[in-house]
Design a protein around this ligand. Structure first.
Ligand SMILES: NC(=O)c1ccc[n+]([C@@H]2O[C@H](COP(=O)([O-])OP(=O)(O)OC[C@H]3O[C@@H](n4cnc5c(N)ncnc54)[C@H](OP(=O)(O)O)[C@@H]3O)[C@@H](O)[C@H]2O)c1
Length: 252
């Protein structure tokens, strides 16, 4: 990770869960991390907790469903930090919204955050890297095992479709970077069940969330941070494409 010391990473959804764990790991490795989410206070308290570490955390409030907020954030990153070198598209969510009975508003929200927010951030990050002549940048997509197989659980079918979109987007980005002879790399990490707020937010119930995560030992957010560090640490000629990881006891 030596070559990333002092360079700039954006982590979306840095307030809790996987994004917060990735943020902590990158700051400990000496990166300047811009952490964004709606709940910026939570990122500010992570910043305070990391004060003695090698790198630094810069919290920015950003609702990824609002393109103008994303564009303003990238402007601020260019102005204050000279642009991004690494973009980690982590923010994502699921509503309980089956294909035959779910609400359009829930579907739109998932598309806005999981697909469009990820695409807008990736486009803006790439354009900033190109403008700043950064040819060794890295774009990381936090996908899901649900972007690779559909499990018969109606509540999550639309979410799964947004993650299948991420699998297609990964290949599309890789292709477009190749066409441009760019050395910017793109990697996706696809976990099974991770012990975060994801399930409780999905089911709007901390109890249900905890119960789902209690059937077996889930992945921890830090396991995902380790996978991200692995991809970022790979030598320049190695492009880690997709890391699929399940809890050992997960059946689906
Ligand atoms: N947990 C799992 O089992 C699991 C499994 C596979 C894949 N994943 C993927 O891993 C990623 C992270 O999930 P997690 O488990 O860490 O979930 P989490 O604990 O619920 O955290 C979700 C993060 O996304 C942010 N977010 C949601 N809506 C947003 C919006 N409109 N604008 C900006 N940020 C927004 C949240 O921040 P605010 O609420 O503060 O805005 C929060 O930081 C997601 O892409 C998810 O699909 C999770």
């Amino acid at each position: 990770m030596e070559r990333w010391v002092g360079r700039v990473a954006l982590v979306t959804g840095a307030s809790v869960g996987i994004g917060a764990a990735i943020t902590r790991a990158l700051v400990k490795h000496g990166m300047k991390v811009v952490g964004c989410a709606r709940n910026v206070q939570q990122i500010e308290s992570i910043r305070d907790e990391l004060k003695a570490e090698k790198g630094q955390l810069i919290p920015i409030k950003c609702d990824l469903t609002k393109e103008e907020e994303i564009l303003a954030m990238f402007k601020q990153i260019q102005k204050d930090l000279g642009g991004v070198d690494v973009c980690i598209n982590n923010a994502g969510l699921s509503h309980c919204a089956p294909l035959l009975s779910g609400s359009t508003a829930d579907w739109k929200n998932m598309l806005d955050v999981n697909v469009l927010g990820l695409c807008i951030c990736t486009r803006e990050a790439f354009q900033q890297m190109q403008k700043n002549k950064v040819d060794d940048g890295h774009i990381i997509l936090i996908n899901s095992m649900s972007g690779h197989r559909v499990i018969p659980n109606a509540a999550g079918h639309f979410y799964s479709a947004t993650k299948f979109a991420v699998s297609g987007i990964l290949e599309g980005i890789r292709n477009e970077l190749q066409e441009l002879n760019s050395h910017i790399r793109v990697t996706s990490v696809s976990p099974g069940l991770v012990a975060t707020e994801f399930q409780q937010r999905m089911h709007k119930s901390p109890e249900i969330g905890k119960k789902i995560c209690s059937h077996f030992k889930c992945l921890e957010a830090e396991d995902l941070a380790d996978a991200v560090i692995y991809a970022l640490s790979a030598p320049a000629h190695v492009q880690v494409h997709d890391i699929l990881m399940r809890p050992t006891e997960q059946k689906s």
